[in-house]
Design a protein around this ligand. Sequence first.
Ligand code: ZN
Length: 237
Amino acid sequence: MIGDIRKATAKIAERFKRRYYGRTFRCPVCHLELALVDVNGNRLMVCPVCGVVLDVEEVYGHTVPVVLDVEIHRPQPKTRIHPLATHIPIGLYPFAVLGAGLLAIASILGPAIPGLAPLVIRAPILADATLVLLVLSVGFSVVTFVSGLRDWYRRYRRRPYAQIRLKIVFSVIFLVLGGLAIALHASGAAFSATTGLVDLGSPLAIALAAAELGVLCAGMVVIATLGHVGGTLVFGR
Ligand SMILES: [Zn+2]
């Protein structure tokens, strides 16, 4: 079962990657997967991870990267704000999703299962904690985003890299989704401000709660992708 899910998600991720990166090749030094479209007009490219200067040749339809040089004088800030700041949104956001998920479970199953009574009683506290976690994770992601852009400007000299373009686009999507989830949650229209639960008698409250959960789950996929791609820019492969 878990193996099947892993296979299915790997297949979706691979298709997305092919579509987004186009043709790729591997850096012969650090093995990072690089997009062919990022090679400049002189067929040159600097690997963002190991800093080798590659001459990317096309030989009989095969991409052959040849190492020409190493970029030694590469700006490396002493305080690496981006990798530090990134752990706050990535660390807190899943707990906000978990909080909203537990509130949904308490709303639906609470009346039927007596064992869930402690969860139902504490639902207002859980709803508040979920909001705090959401605001902290989405708020801090602004710091992560700005410091990431700064690194791109300085360390990577604004060179085009498919990975960094993807991270910028996904960061904007995450901020929009996060802002939407905060607005939905804070309004109290999805999870009631007094009980912390979804009012199952109101179709609007059910629709808004479903929308909030959907937005939160989409945000989870986006932030996990951001973390994964960021990881490849640290470790290569
Ligand atoms: Zn490399």
